[in-house]
Ligand binder design. Structure first.
Ligand SMILES: NC(=O)c1ccc[n+]([C@@H]2O[C@H](COP(=O)([O-])OP(=O)(O)OC[C@H]3O[C@@H](n4cnc5c(N)ncnc54)[C@H](O)[C@@H]3O)[C@@H](O)[C@H]2O)c1
Length: 429
């Protein structure tokens, strides 16, 4: 199948790189977003999110004339839906964005078109939700137009490279739909393209993220045991991973972002009676911010009135994304416990929060501090030189929740050093 024009709905972390990569590969792309500010910004070459290399790519796509930005869809050969799929109360999947994106395609859907859902979705969303909406056009999914699900598996921070190099799974509601999907993504994908059915492709994405979540929960539970038994979990994990068939992940302050901390709930919500392990893992990881707060309380005696520097607020290292961020939750919980939290997030210096004093530069965030709490392993924070930091702060204690700092260097600079999951340092060994 040949694609001259495609329409990408949703210009966020996934849709914008995808639209721009198609455009720089020679296809006419209409990038659509319902957010008027995002549309106006992009039309003037201003990006609303940070991803390495993305600004250059978007500007090249716009300059080529192949990428146009619009607030509503237009007729095209293919439509790609990359809108958010967050959860609502009680961890129920919020598919309203997928529904409204599918509805917005209706007036433009033509015979022979391909529609691809990329948004992470509960099993059977493509078949049971998207197909019936599109069928309202009078055309029939699988017969008059083609419909596929293709999960996006890129790593924030590496999106532009992974978009091209990763293996891509494309699940069609029938074989012709999957094959049309392959024809579309072959435009720029250099990784393998594997075809399957739509529901399998949906499950694949959810299984990948759930697998990581369960394994991080296991590492977190190991860290609780290590704290109890006077063991350094980081050392123990390193040693256990010398076994040829063991690969334990790292513990930390929790799991965030809008993928790994959200997607497993799509399975739990859909089938609560057969997902006790997935639910428990989610609960363990969701409870980690509270564990960090308890850890801080143990070190500081009381949290009331203590000034704590929260270093990093993003959900993981070297990204600007604060969605579902455990670091942010730690800050909020510390504030609730009576501490005065001064935060620094190098990737979002203009961020503000009612509970936290957010400083624009590192120096202001640590001056009056009692303890430096490392919440995100941003390269800038990992590379801090303890002897230099010692000159800038009243703090003489550091708490490392991500294994980002070296104990010996901080102790040599005059700091007490504690690391989450390190039962040895807790017992002063
Ligand atoms: N961000 C990631 O790293 C990542 C990785 C893999 C999968 N995903 C999945 O991809 C999907 C998109 O994620 P994202 O991070 O790009 O989200 P995002 O919030 O960054 O961007 C989504 C965009 O869609 C727009 N939008 C909402 N409804 C719309 C509609 N009806 N029409 C047009 N635009 C609409 C929003 O305004 C927003 O700009 C989600 O399902 C997510 O789970 C994300």
């Amino acid at each position: 199948m040949k694609f001259n024009t495609i329409c990408v709905l949703g210009l966020g972390y996934i849709g914008l790189p995808t639209a721009s990569t198609f455009a720089t590969s020679g296809i006419k792309v209409i990038g659509v977003d319902i957010n008027k500010q995002i549309v106006a910004g992009l039309q003037n070459g201003h990006l609303h999110l940070y991803e390495p290399g993305l600004r250059t790519l978007v500007q090249a796509a716009l300059r080529s004339g192949n990428l146009t930005i619009n607030s509503q869809p237009e007729a095209a050969d293919a439509f790609i839906i990359a809108v958010p799929t967050p959860f609502k109360e009680q961890k129920k999947a919020d598919l309203s964005f997928v529904e409204s994106a599918a509805q917005s395609i209706l007036p433009h859907l033509r015979k022979g078109n391909l529609v691809v859902l990329e948004s992470t979705s509960p099993p059977r969303t493509t078949v049971d939700l998207v197909a019936p909406i599109l069928d309202r056009s009078g055309l029939k999914a699988g017969q008059d137009f083609l419909l596929a699900y293709s999960p996006e598996r890129v790593l924030p921070g590496q999106i532009l490279r992974e978009l091209i190099e990763n293996t891509r799974v494309i699940g069609g509601i029938n074989a012709a739909s999957a094959e049309a999907g392959r024809d579309l993504y072959t435009t720029f994908v250099r990784g393998e393209i594997i075809l399957t059915d739509a529901t399998t492709a949906e499950m694949v994405k959810l299984m990948e993220n759930t697998s990581r979540d369960v394994n991080i929960a296991l590492a977190n539970e190991f860290s609780h045991l290590a704290e109890k038994y006077g063991v350094d979990v980081w050392e123990a994990i390193r040693l256990a991973n010398r076994h040829p068939r063991v690969k334990i992940l790292n513990p930390g302050p929790g799991v965030g972002g809008h993928c790994i901390s959200v997607d497993p709930w799509f399975l739990v919500e859909a089938s609560p009676e057969i997902t006790p392990l997935i639910r428990t893992a989610r609960e363990i990881n969701d409870n980690q911010p509270q564990h960090v707060v308890d850890f801080c309380r143990q070190k500081l005696g009381t949290l009331k009135g203590k000034t704590i520097s929260a270093l990093g607020l993003a959900y993981k290292a070297d990204v600007d994304d604060l969605r579902e961020s455990p670091a942010l939750m730690v800050g909020e919980l510390l504030n609730k416990a009576g501490a005065k939290v001064v935060a620094y997030e190098p990737f979002k210096i203009d961020f503000s929060h009612p509970d936290l004093k957010v400083e624009k530069n590192f120096r202001d965030a640590i001056t009056e501090s009692k303890v430096l709490l490392l919440l995100v392993a941003h390269t800038e924070l990992r590379n801090l030189v303890p002897s230099e930091v010692a000159q800038l702060t009243a703090a003489r204690m550091v708490i490392d929740t991500v294994g980002g700092w070296e104990k010996e260097k901080w102790e040599a600079a005059g700091f007490q050093y504690f690391r989450l999951g390190d039962g040895k340092s807790m017992q002063g060994k």
